[in-house]
Structure formats: structure tokens, C-alpha cells
Design a protein around this ligand. Sequence first.
Ligand code: 5CA
Length: 438
Amino acid sequence: MRLSRFFAPTLKENPTEAQIVSHRLMLRAGMIRQHAAGIYNWLPLGNRVLQNVARIVREEQNAAGALEIIMPTIQSADLWRESGRYDDYGAEMLRIKDRHERDMLYGPTHEEVVTDIFRSNAKSYRDVPKNLYQITWKFRDEVRPRFGLMRGREFLMKDAYSFDLDYASALHSYNQMIVAYLRTFARMGLRAIPMAAESGPIGGTLSHEFIVLADTGESAVYCHKAYLDKPIPENVDYNADLSRIVEDWTSLYAAADEKHDPKKAEELGADLVSARGIEVGHTFYLGKKYSASLGAKVVGPDGNQVEVEMGCYGIGVSRCVAAIIEASHDENGIVWPDSVAPFHVGIVNLKVGDKACDEACEKIHDAIERQGCDALYDDRDERAGVKFADMDLMGIPWQIVVGPKGIAKGMVELKRRATGAKEELSLESAVSKLSVTI
Ligand code: 5CA
């Protein structure tokens, strides 16, 4: 991609409306623009990152056996009356009337809709276990939308819903999601710690919040130091018993503010870290809350009808983009982990119009794209300083600088955004080094 043809309206100055670094940098890097309070446009650069985050979430959900669907954003109020949540949900729910004066709403969550799909289509114990998920926009009319994507009114969520015949099977489905979450967040470069949580308006008895430690987090959290470098489960067989992995990951002391109990932490001998945290995911064991109120039953092996056991599992996909920036930036801008970067490689042409420089840049660009990586070629007629600053602001993980002096000797400079380390390499070795490292 040529930067001259791209659309990344970067800003030199810090926008005054942004209080936290992720919001500031997303505006400055030209990733997002506000449409209305808590509602954002995603410009091309932001969209590329959002799609990368969504892809990681999707791959890990699929690996865990969940099945992707899409449910409507506009829902009928009738189902919510049936579950009893229509009045309870309060002002956070955006209520709409259609032309026939029917009550509709913009979905803040989808327990009712997914339970309706299940009850209308699943009949027997052979139809379970099932885990259905989607990645779609939600609307919650938050009292105080703030911090950009962190607490938006419209936001992208992955929500998965599991259906099982009995408690033991439901617990296995719950554990599958816990393990998938550990892997998902790690792949985005985030260390998310599962903490026992209240289940709030979603309901249920067993619940974990996945919290990323960051100074700007909304909640105070306390956790055992060992969480900071605990190895992430690899080569997981999702059909095997996962209780040991989950036990190992959830039994160390970790609690968000409202659940923090210093006495208990001391009893457990926890070497405590106190920090601020961002909730990037939330898992709930729901039991029969929705299957009972909406009548979601299957015929069991003994011929009797049973209400199914449910769980629901959310990831704040758009919030993850902000959380990654909170966890990975410096004074010059964003430092994307390779896995979610909008482009893997930036190419800086120091002398646009110089035949040798132009040709070398185009050659590098094409070679990188042929390797299946995305390159952003800064072909603008701008000062070098502006180009370097924009590449760093946009957080491009690898940067190749092409100038007339170097290219006369066949050499370019390769820079790693995260460390600032630079090396002189031949054009060919720069490209082949990227093919082995990315
Ligand atoms: N139905 C369940 C999960 S399937 C549910 O709605 N859970 S939730 O309310 O905890 O939301 C899931 C995740 O969405 C949260 O962990 C958080 O990361 C994200 N989220 C919630 N509210 C917002 C918001 N206003 N802005 C951005 N992300 C949000």
C-alpha cells in the first residue's frame, strides 16, 4: 500500500478531548474519529487492526470448537419480556419503535436471541454440547462513555453461548473458553489474568473477568506476582479434561477491587502486585437462568425433557485494540505487536523522485507483499523527519529506510520499532530477514 493513496489523517498535536494514551494515539495515528459521544468511525488503519484482533479471536474460538453465527443487532422486545429482562435492563438499553409501533431494541447482548435459536432448533441430547458465537456490534447507552474505545456506547464484542445437557458438561464448556481466552489474549501480546467476578445483570453463579494490567485501567486489581510470567497453555486438546489447566490458572490469588480481601490474600501467602486493570473479557456460567425462563429444553437419553445448562463468554474486541495500545506504546507512538499490526513493514523513501530510491522501494514493497506480508510504502514528498515520526506514531513494527547514499551501495536500514535497534543490510537480506522473522 502506498501511503499517498492510503487514508491515515495523522495529527501532530495531542487532541484535547482524549484523557488516556490509547484514545490519544488512535486519534493521532488516524485510526478512529468520533461520530457522537461513545460512537466512532474506524478509518482504514484502525480497521486493519480491529480485523486482526477479530481474526485472532475467531481462530481461537474455532479451535475450541465454537461455531460462528451472526445474530441481528436489532431485536424484538418480546423475547426480552419473556426472559423478564426488558424492564430490568434499564436506561442502558436503546429502545426503538418500528413503523408498526412494535417495540424493538438495539442489542446490548444476545442471551435471549441465542436461546431462542436453540429452543426452536435443538431437540435432543444429541444436539448438545454446542457453543455458538458471533462478533458483532453492541449498543449500551452507558451513563459515562469515556476513554474512547475503552468505554464506548457502540462497541464490537465477541459473544459465545454454550449449551450442555448437565453441569459437568457445562463446566467443560466453561473451561474450554477459559483456556481459549488465555491463548487469545496472549496472541495479541496481552497478559490477561482471570479473576473471580460478580456476574451482574448477565446472571449466573461462576464468573471470571479477564483483566489486563495497565496504569490507566478503570478498576483497581490485586494479583499474585506469579501471574505476570505464567506460561500460556500450548497444544491444547480441547476434548481432553481441561480442569487441571483451569485450576492452575484460576487458583492463585487475583481479585478486582470489589472482591479484594486482603486477609484471604495473606492466608494464601500471595506475593501481591497491586495495579490497575482493563477488563477485556468476561465468562459466565449461567446454569438454567435463560433456558428456564425461555423454555430451552432437549430430550435426555432417558426420554425426559431437560432444560439445558448454559454459559456465556464475552470479549471486548474493540476494547482490546485500546488495551493493546495501553500496554504497548512509547513517547513516539504506538508499538504494535506483529500479530495485530496494521502493516508488518513500513518503507520510508528518503528521496522520492530519485530513480534508484523509487525503484528500490517498489522492489522491496512487492517482495514483501509476495511473502504474504503487508507493507506500507511512504512515497509522499515529505521531509524525512515527518516520515519517521508517522511510521513510529502508527507503530509499524519493522521499518526499512531507503536513501540515496545507502542505495548507491545496495544498502538499506532496517529498524525494529519496539527496541529502536537499527542495522545496515543489503536490500535482499533486509527482505529475506523479514521473511524469517515475521
Ligand atoms: N453476554 C455477556 C458475554 S457473552 C456480556 O455481555 N458480557 S459483558 O457485559 O461482560 O461484556 C463482555 C465484554 O465486552 C467485556 O468484558 C468488555 O471487554 C466489553 N465491553 C463491555 N462494555 C463495553 C463498553 N461499553 N465499551 C467497550 N467494551 C465493552
